[in-house]
Design a protein around this ligand. Structure first.
Ligand code: NAD
Length: 439
């Protein structure tokens, strides 16, 4: 099939290459000409394991190309996937729909053939319905350009696998023709027995935000209990393990620490609540405000623990920060807890040096005043406190004995609870971990 993917960021670039891998003829479109140049040359504009290989293979096979022209997209595609950003609107908690709307305004006037426009971006419920009216008004082909919603659940760091082998496909459609088209697009994935859920468009839009609300709730739940553990001198790690053995609860997303960040969960729960307010059902989602507050508070708790470990003041203290990305295996720093803590430490007078294996370039763009290094040993040199804020495998593999010789004082705060703290302690380090008793 001839497929376009509009918006080639973390979601769209991988989706475009994934659709080409399934055998389709794909045109990826973005307003960022630099990004399109790099993709055309086979250079991934972001770090995502397995993506450079997928991109290169499909460019070489001639099934994948890129452009900045929405007109070209409109003329080429039978199916158009919308994958542009839906960030938090400045000065508000709702989603900013200006990028999605710009795609429809730019593309619809060039739609002369029947086609299916499929939203993948995470949007407030009611968006597909609103876009259908826009398309009907703006497109020469009128209502024969139909709008469907097919929310995306990929995880950065696992995006290639999640695109080619999703744990489910959800399609929200208004006609059997649209459903048949999407079935044809995903033919090879469906053959593998992937669960396939067909709904109306509003339900499909809501599945995505509900999934993210649930995941955020699970993380904030364990972090709330973690705060209680800290106050009571109890230990969140065996507690979480014990909860996770209950099959009704499960151990995934039950990792206590400095909380979630990134370009999805924080803005999605806020936008969900804002939309619920518009619909007059905000009472039902009022708990999401607490979920958000618990999460943001974890960053303050990390700061308080750090200050305590440094004798009550951060002023002029040399601090090594391990991690800048919002999570490992990604260079995405949007709403990163690690950078937010690093920045707060610096604002409060500490001399901070940040390390990350992949995210330094993006981190520097977001927080230009922080000091960065790509050499993890240099981060440790002369530090009075090390704070582990993004759980890269590289940090789990560090040798605490060797590193203790580089620091001014062997103090480490594990804000992700993934280091082997017994190993660090036996190498002479004073270790604190969020939600765990001091020893
Ligand atoms: N990143 C994820 O893991 C993920 C997972 C599931 C869903 N989502 C959702 O997918 C959407 C995109 O997220 P992302 O992380 O890929 O964002 P992103 O910022 O990485 O990418 C968005 C891209 O859209 C482009 N764009 C903006 N306006 C455009 C226009 N008018 N025409 C063409 N391109 C345009 C931008 O230049 C950018 O490259 C969001 O709604 C997000 O919530 C993201």
């Amino acid at each position: 099939m001839r497929i376009t993917v509009i918006g080639t960021g973390y979601l769209g670039a991988v989706h475009a290459a994934g659709m080409a891998e399934l055998g389709h003829d794909v045109l990826g479109v973005d307003v960022d000409a630099g990004k399109i140049d790099r993709l055309t040359q086979g250079v991934a504009p972001f770090y995502e394991p397995g993506f450079p290989e997928l991109l290169r293979a499909n460019l070489d096979a001639g099934r994948l190309r890129f452009s900045t022209s929405l007109k070209e997209a409109a003329e080429f595609g039978e199916v158009h996937f919308i994958c542009v950003g839906t960030p938090q609107r400045p000065g508000s908690t709702s989603a900013d729909m200006k990028f999605v709307d710009a795609v429809i305004e730019g593309m619809a006037p060039h739609l002369h053939q029947p086609c299916l426009i499929v939203g993948k971006s995470t949007v407030p419920v009611g968006t597909a319905h609103r876009l259908s009216s826009m398309v009907a008004q703006l497109a020469p082909v009128g209502e024969q350009a139909e709008v469907a919603w097919n929310p995306e659940f990929l995880r950065e760091g696992f995006a290639v696998n999640d695109t080619l082998h999703p744990d489910r496909l959800v399609v929200g459609v208004s006609s059997s023709e649209a459903e048949a088209t999407l079935r044809a697009v995903y033919d090879r994935i469906l053959e593998a027995g992937t669960p396939y859920i067909v709904t109306d468009v509003a339900t499909a839009e809501l599945v995505k935000v509900s999934a993210n609300a649930f995941l955020a709730t699970k993380i904030s739940f364990i972090n709330a209990i973690s705060e209680v553990c800290e106050a009571a001198g109890a230990d969140i790690i065996p507690l979480a393990k014990a909860l996770g053995h209950d099959a009704r609860i499960g151990n995934r997303f039950l990792a206590p620490g400095v909380g979630f960040g990134g370009g999805c969960l924080p803005k999605d729960i806020r936008a969900f609540l804002a939309r619920a307010e518009e619909l007059g059902v905000d009472e039902s989602l009022a708990f999401l405000k607490n979920i958000d507050a618990i999460n943001v508070n974890r960053r303050r708790s990390a700061l308080t623990l750090a200050r305590g470990m440094l004798g009550g003041s951060l002023s002029n203290k040399r601090i090594a920060v391990l991690g800048a990305a919002f999570k490992p295996n990604s260079d995405d720093v949007r709403d990163s807890p690690a950078l937010s803590v690093a920045n707060a430490l610096q604002v409060q007078g500490a001399d901070v040096r940040v390390h990350d294996p992949e995210a330094i370039e993006n981190a520097r763009a977001a927080y230009p005043l922080l000091n960065y290094t790509t050499d993890v040993q240099k981060t440790f040199e002369g530090s009075e406190l090390v704070i582990h804020l993004t759980e890269w495998q590289e940090y789990r593999d560090l040798d605490p004995l060797h590193l203790s010789a580089l620091v001014s004082a062997p103090h480490i705060l594990d804000a992700r609870n993934t280091l082997d703290i017994d190993l660090w302690r036996s190498a002479g380090w004073t270790v604190r971990a969020m939600g765990r008793p001091a020893r």
